[in-house]
Design a protein around this ligand. Sequence first.
Ligand SMILES: Cc1cc2nc3c(=O)[nH]c(=O)nc-3n(C[C@H](O)[C@H](O)[C@H](O)COP(=O)(O)O)c2cc1C
Length: 366
Amino acid sequence: MFIFVQNNSDMAGNSYGTLFRITTFGESHGEALGGIIDGCPAGIQIDLDAIQKEMQRRKPGQSTIVTQRKEEDEVQFLSGIFEGKTTGTPIGFIIPNTNQKSDDYSHIKDTYRPSHADYVYEKKYGIRDYRGGGRSSARETASRVVAGAIAKQVISEIKINAFVSSVGEIFIDKPYQDLDFSLTETNAVRCPDLASAEKMEAYIKEIKKQGDTVGGTITCVIQNVPIGLGEPVFDKLHAELGKAMLSINAVHGFEYGSGFCGARMKGSEHNDLYNEDGTTKSNLSGGIQGGISNGMDIYFRVAFKPVATLIQKQEVLTNQNTIIEQQGKGRHDPCVVPRAVPIVEAMAAIVLADFYLINKINKSNY
Ligand SMILES: Cc1cc2nc3c(=O)[nH]c(=O)nc-3n(C[C@H](O)[C@H](O)[C@H](O)COP(=O)(O)O)c2cc1C
């Protein structure tokens, strides 16, 4: 195997977006996480409670089926908001870390957990903050949720609803049109189909008892989208949504509209025939054609793997190139999808706010 060891290289790629642009910083067990949002238009009334509400949906320790790390995840804004409105200047914020238990991670100082980021971070940078996974920890996504909550307020007409659609082999057996999204927040799993939610919760509890983890999917539905968002050819709307979703920790798959099922269909079954007003009778395109929103619902699915840290013995690699058995420790999510719902919504909102602003500028250039 060829290993291109590039010790001490810089970490790039901490920013996302063209006009509405978020840069995040921070590690799981550092002083704080945070971010800077650049390009948010001036004069937007910001609902701080709505931002904190989104943070409550993502925070650890919110139920018995997620990691038991206790963080309030209170956002402190440092700039860019004055008298409740955005000023058009960079919005800086921090989210202090208060409940680090770094000793829980001393056992992985010299070892690399299989399928985590430990090995590649150390090989690439020559140094690794192993406490809680450092920068590779999904605590980083707290900053995305802040940016997403602000993005939602920039595009307040657009409605974004994500929900857990499967956990392991248990999945919702109905189209999203038959679901009541107001039920998503009524259960710990964040599944609007209550019969499935009950089974999913019981299964996650069982998996947790075994010290194991399980994967799942999140479906996201975006409604009331204007026609015209997306910039062909390289910045197609679905390409950016895909990138945004695949940038979330533990995501292994993205499909929109008919997705991989479409590959099994005939064109005569798959084409979305028009109504006279330009809407379509079906929507297997998932609201995007040629990389541009067509005004129909956008919907996509995101697949999350079963995360790497098991609270049971497994083989790990040491930094002396030996394989040993190690017992997992610390506080971990047995299944990440319940907490990832607000993260998916946040990244979707950031993508749409960015394209909304790009579209506005393009229009004013004509
Ligand atoms: C909300 C959320 C919580 C997570 N919690 C854990 C965890 O407790 N333990 C763990 O090993 N990985 C967890 N992960 C996944 C890791 O951050 C991720 O697997 C790791 O950074 C390696 O990246 P990759 O899986 O994308 O390759 C979580 C991911 C998300 C989205």
